[in-house]
Ligand binder design. Structure first.
Ligand code: SF4
Length: 312
């Protein structure tokens, strides 16, 4: 009989790693899927083979990377369950990831889905009734196993079918981290990321910026979402200027410029790049903003804008 196969939603944090290890310890083949959007795990774009290799070598899992940016940005315009404390649409984010995982599950012939979620760990999305609602909305009822807290939840299909031994699953609950630390030690896992706070959409400054851009523009493209994470932004009706804060951002702004965008700096002095995405005629405003952020130009009475395509 072939081994059961579980598709694990792999965030890279300790909990999803442990969930995979708990399954693997039962002889289950674990495939780890990592979803990417401009807001999380973006660095893995185009590095699918490397991710698979890393997962095999480090954990004995298979690794899959899936870019869900388009659907994510569509959802982010108006998430049916609203935003969290910033621009994070956690409930709809989870629903979308589980829906996409359901598709990947059929593709790779997995028998069930798994996550590292723990009941009561996060204020909203990991409350029991919300977890059930998320499962229902995502169409994964009965096939989603949460190995770390399964004993607090009704048995799932893979448990009922005997693919997974419920007795060897766990009953973690709440925000405490000690049980996870203990289990990590049992598995000999020592190098794992600290449980840092979620994705960039939870950042208050970036979140506010993204909500403002969504309000003014009705939605964001992948490129615009990437831009929203860089530099300083000056946004109002009909005007959007992004100013680099350091050399790497200046370079990235030049890379992200489309032919119809305009790139500026203050002529004759070192200083930041300004990428004018919208408001093509309002150059006085561009000059005034760039002068403010160009230390060597601040005290000059007259400055000129220099337009360029690529920074030398
Ligand atoms: S913190 Fe970010 S990645 Fe995590 S559920 Fe919320 S929106 Fe999704």
């Amino acid at each position: 009989m072939s081994r059961a196969r579980g598709l694990l939603l792999f965030s890279g944090g300790l909990d999803s790693l442990l969930a995979g290890k708990v399954l693997q310890a039962q002889g289950i083949e674990v495939w780890a899927v990592r979803f990417i959007t401009p807001f999380f795990h973006w660095g893995w774009r185009g590095r699918e083979e490397e991710f698979d290799r890393l997962m095999r070598e480090k954990y004995g899992f298979r690794g899959i990377v899936r870019d869900i940016s388009e659907e994510y940005l569509e959802m982010l315009k108006a998430p049916p369950h609203g935003y969290g404390s910033a621009a994070n649409p956690c409930i709809d984010c989870k629903i979308l990831m589980l829906r996409k995982a359901r598709e990947v599950m059929s593709e790779v012939g997995a028998d069930f889905l798994a996550t590292g979620e723990v009941v009561g760990q996060r204020p909203m999305s990991q409350r029991r009734h919300i977890m059930r609602h998320i499962e229902k909305e995502a169409g994964v009822e009965g096939i989603l196993l949460r190995p770390l807290c399964a004993k607090h939840l009704p048995p799932t299909e893979p448990e009922k079918k005997g693919l997974v031994d419920r007795e060897k699953l766990y009953d973690f609950r709440g925000r405490g981290r000690k049980p996870q630390m203990r289990l990590a030690r049992e598995f000999g896992i020592t190098d794992y990321p600290t449980p840092a706070g979620g994705c960039i959409l939870t950042d208050p400054t970036i979140g506010e910026r993204i909500l403002r851009l969504l309000e003014l523009r009705g939605g964001l493209s992948v490129r615009e979402a990437e831009l929203a994470l860089l530099g300083r932004h000056f946004v109002e009706e009909g005007f959007w200027l992004v100013v680099g804060r350091k050399e790497a951002e200046n370079r990235r702004l030049a890379e992200l410029a489309r032919p119809e965008d305009r790139l500026f700096k203050i002529r004759g002095v070192p200083g930041p790049t300004g990428l004018l995405v919208e408001g093509q005629g309002d150059l006085e405003k561009v000059k005034e903003i760039l002068k403010r952020y160009t230390p060597k130009a601040r005290d000059l009475s007259e400055v000129e804008l220099e337009e360029f395509r690529e920074r030398s």
